[in-house]
Design a protein around this ligand. Sequence first.
Ligand code: UDP
Ligand code: MG
Length: 299
Amino acid sequence: MISVVIPAFNEEENIRAAASAISAVLSGEEYELIFVDDGSKDKSWDKIVSASADPHIRGLRFSRNFGKEAAIRAGLEAARGDAIVVIDCDLQHPPAAIPEMIKKWRSGAKVVEGKKSSRGSEARTYGFLAKVFNSMMSGITGLDMSGASDFILLDRAAAEAVLSYSELGSFFRSLAQYVGFESDVVYYNVAAREHGGGSWTFKKLFAYAAGNLAAFSAAPLYISIWLGGLTVLVSVILAVLKLCGVGLGSFSAGIVALMLIGGLILSALGAVGFYLARIYSEVKRRPKYIIASETKERK
Ligand code: UDP
Ligand code: MG
């Protein structure tokens, strides 16, 4: 069976269209669609409930907005398929690419990634930011994140592996690569959003980027260590010059050095605090999501 996981946050206008477009491409298969309502404020849940009249469709509803990553995880946990496809609800990921993904899965790939070959009508700045973020992630994690998205097919084994990474701040599209397994790629064009605006604000995007950077790398910590070392070196050189009687203009040099060191200490502390906050949220072992209701009993 093929499971399709569809995270949905304020998607009332897209649920019906997504359900029928995805069902249409899976007509020859045994399949299930799992909508995960990530605490929508609109009528998304009602739409999911009415769509679930179709025995292929079911839904989970979070008690509040826990974020897309949590919604994907909940969907993966609920999925019963031998392969699980994660796809956006706004039809920006073309359902038409799903049969190709399934084909690649049947010929042996355990992870089939949808890669963006164009970013469609997304705002230029957003596309640019996404590019910067993806190449930063690629450089730091050593995974190829160019054009990466959450439009991914996972074999059951790969899905179990992804779920076994139980950290709170996990990042689905990176984990899907990180777990290894034989992988393949399907290219797609980003379609325009059918209805409603994207729900990402700059603040949300920044938090997402920073959080996921920290989830995969301790680089910010190392950067501050290197910067700290460099500052020490510079100040030793300055001190030696001073001792040798090279004129540095005593007062201003002192102030500059103080400021530099102060700034470095603050930024290093900031980096430590950032990771500390993550450790804190991990050790609390809070649930990643809370399900308030389900359309059907889980078997
Ligand atoms: N989404 C979600 N929780 C959130 C934000 C978004 O489940 O807090 C879902 C949303 O309904 C959509 C997908 O994640 O199915 C991608 O969201 P969006 O279209 O806003 O983002 P973008 O296409 O810009 O990545
Ligand atoms: Mg979208």
